[in-house]
Design a protein around this ligand. Structure first.
Ligand code: SAM
Length: 239
């Protein structure tokens, strides 16, 4: 199966992307476990997709950007409209703004945000150094950048970034496998120092996904396999 680019793939996946998967649920649990405070801080979610992590964040400013407008238009329960690609809306807690943008060229001034998320995005980006340079640039000194990725052990075990479109056809997405050290080195060039790393493994948190898919055999075979890697970087101000 030829892999689709992120742009083509997420355009097809957008209509039902909001449904959690084993990978996304495990990733969210690991990001929460990092316990990086967001409330009252300026938050940028880079590669926010349908914005499912932004709502209820409690941030003083919550901004989401994504490469794929079809993902953004579904953000915040579909209350964002297409047009110039930029709309504001709000939910119970947080005023949210979104825009179409590439992680390698962010449309923000230096040091505009205190907390950045880049969650399950960089595995789709060939030039991860350019992405980290932009994440580091728009992060304020003393700020935090949280990055998550599919773990290289899962890739080595045959895990692929796949999804089914609305007609049930299986597609694979273009994906680059970056080890912890690849992330660390690229981040360092952007004055971002690794200060926490968590690994989410196949286990009870996501067992129900396997049961619902009738894949208990796969759960047993994969039990303990590292599936997601979650990293927190501190912005030091010195590249
Ligand atoms: C796996 S989804 C994750 C979405 C969201 N972060 C979440 O956790 O729900 C990956 C997202 O990254 C976006 N993406 C891929 N390449 C990108 C790039 N170069 N710049 C910005 N977003 C990108 C895709 O369009 C997609 O919405």
């Amino acid at each position: 199966m030829p892999a689709l680019s992120a742009r083509d793939g997420y355009r097809l996946w957008a209509s039902h992307y909001a449904e959690e998967t084993a990978v996304s649920a495990l990733e969210d649990a690991e990001v929460r476990a990092l316990a990086v405070p967001v409330e009252g801080r300026r938050l940028l979610d880079v590669g926010c997709g349908v914005g499912r992590r932004l709502s209820q964040s409690g941030a003083s400013i919550a901004v989401g950007v994504d490469l794929v407008p079809e993902m953004l238009v579904r953000a915040a329960g579909g209350r964002w409209a297409m047009g110039d690609g930029r709309r504001a809306t709000s939910d119970a807690n947080t005023e949210i703004t979104c825009a179409a943008a590439d992680v390698r060229s962010l449309p923000f001034d230096d040091a505009s945000f205190d907390v950045l998320w880049c969650r399950l995005v960089l595995g789709h980006v060939r030039d991860v150094g350019a992405a980290y340079r932009e994440l580091g640039r728009v992060c304020a000194n003393g700020g935090v950048v949280i990055v998550s990725d599919v773990h290289t052990a899962a890739v080595a075990a045959g895990h692929r970034r796949t999804f089914r479109d609305e007609a049930g056809v299986l597609h694979e997405l273009e994906h680059y496998a970056y080890a912890l050290d690849d992330h660390r080195q690229a981040a360092r060039g952007a004055a971002l120092e690794l200060d926490a790393h968590r690994v989410g493994v196949v286990g009870p948190v996501i067992q129900h996904f396997y049961i619902e898919a009738g894949r208990e055999d796969a759960y047993t075979a994969q039990f303990g396999l590292p599936l997601v890697s979650v990293m927190s970087f501190a912005k030091s101000g010195v590249a």
